[in-house]
Design a binder for this molecule. Structure first.
Ligand code: FAD
Length: 381
């Protein structure tokens, strides 16, 4: 065989596996059907702004080992994710915290806010007449009351899933974290940040010295690739690998509309969520704020991005096989179907399925790093 491993996919999982295997003396070929490496974390520098081409990516973890690992490949800034929600012409801080509630209810003290939220919850629970919530709407109202639900949850969630909250299962929001402090930091993790200079450099460093073929779809070259290596590390869709023999796994897709504007600062924040149903997109991302946020408020910046900004509107989209599968829909039907594919994979010693599509799990980047490192450790003793 020509190679020890064929890596299908140059996203975070495939690239970490390739890097670690190469370091251990293995010969690896990595292919990707896209014209660029990096999978969904790929960033492209346009006019000095690192544009997150496949959706905004904020690195966050509480795992020091993972944080140290990724920091070998880039220097990270201390970006703190503090999204703002826009409901019609009202703006609220996220995640739900005292800033959000004091503005929503026009209240000042913690005690008054607690009292108001309790009243709202009680009203919600009274509507249930003692029975358990049967759908996402009932669950959300019982957790945070009608006002927060109507303004910040309903429209956004319905756009995200393309379904009414009355039809969505309770399981989607088991809990709704409510912070009774003035703190707009979205993530609870110890470490968070954005790599200065974008994510692509991380993948390029991992793949340095490894053979990479882009614009190469495994399925279009299957006969030639299937036996090119001792083992395949497959980070595409597991159901596609098995010719959908048990049926299709379902995903949600996202459509991005990206626009360059001749202003220095468009919305004053990297992320604004549009939570009413009338606006068709879910979020507007202003990419330069991930790396230049604070400077924009204080001083004139230098370089090609002065007087320019790039925004992306995100539209949640129904998935079909012509679109990118972004989010696995881990409901009962799909999880049962995935287990059938996994059982096939477990019997096949020539292939490893990894990452978000290979394992059909919504992994954040830190989890993908953990899983990839675990996989290499098991595989190459
Ligand atoms: P991918 O990045 O999907 O890589 C798989 C690669 O395989 C792709 O490059 C694809 O082209 C290639 N491929 C697939 N099929 C084939 C084939 N047949 N032949 C050849 N190549 C193939 N995580 C965070 O921690 N923070 C965030 O803020 C965050 N935001 C996100 C926003 C969005 C919109 C999305 C979709 C995800 C977000 N994530 C975030 C999750 C993050 O993207 C993933 O954890 C990570 O990118 C998964 O890496 P992966 O290698 O498993 O998959």
């Amino acid at each position: 065989m020509k190679y020890d491993y064929l890596g299908v996919g140059s996203g975070l999982f495939g690239s970490i596996f390739a890097y670690e295997a190469n370091k251990r003396g293995k010969k690896v070929l990595v292919i990707d059907k896209r014209p660029n490496v990096g999978g969904n974390i790929y960033t492209e520098n346009i006019d000095g702004i690192n544009v997150h081409k496949y959706g905004a990516h904020i690195f966050h973890t509480s795992n020091k080992e993972v944080w140290d690992y990724i920091n070998q490949f880039a220097e990270f800034n201390r970006y703190t994710n503090s999204p703002v929600a826009r409901y019609k012409n009202e703006l609220y801080n996220l995640p739900f915290n005292l800033n959000t509630f004091s503005k929503m209810f026009n209240l000042v003290t913690l005690q008054d806010i607690e009292k108001k939220l309790d009243e709202e919850r009680k009203e919600g629970l009274a509507k249930l007449n003692g029975r358990e919530p049967q759908n996402l709407e009932e669950q959300a109202i019982s957790l945070v009351g009608t006002t927060v639900y109507e303004k910040l949850i309903k429209g956004y969630t319905e756009k995200q899933w393309g379904m009414s909250c009355k039809e969505l299962p309770v399981s989607i929001i088991k809990r709704l974290p409510v912070r009774m402090v003035f703190d707009n930091n979205y993530f609870n993790n110890k470490y968070q940040g954005i790599p200065i200079g974008g994510y692509t450099q991380i993948i390029e460093k991992m793949l340095d010295g490894i053979e990479v073929k882009l614009n190469c779809d495994f399925f279009e070259n299957r006969s030639e690739l299937q036996n090119i290596a001792e083992k395949i590390v497959f980070t595409g869709s597991i159901d596609q690998y098995y010719d959908y023999k048990f049926g299709y796994l379902e995903y949600r897709s996202v459509r991005f509309e990206t626009e360059e504007l001749d202003v220095d600062n468009y919305q004053g924040n990297a992320v604004i969520n549009y939570t009413d149903k009338e606006v068709p997109y879910t979020r507007v991302i202003e990419h330069k704020h991930f790396e230049q946020g604070k400077e924009l408020g204080n001083e004139v910046t230098e370089g090609p991005s002065v007087g320019k900004t790039i925004i992306s509107r995100e539209y949640s989209d129904k998935w079909d096989s012509t679109k990118e599968p972004y989010y696995p829909i881990n409901n009962e039907r799909n999880n049962t179907l995935y287990e059938k594919y996994k059982a096939l994979a477990d019997k096949d010693s020539n292939i490893i399925f990894g990452g978000r599509l290979g394992q059909y799990k919504y992994y954040d980047m830190d989890k993908v790093i953990e899983e990839a490192l675990k996989c290499v450790k098991n595989e190459i003793k």
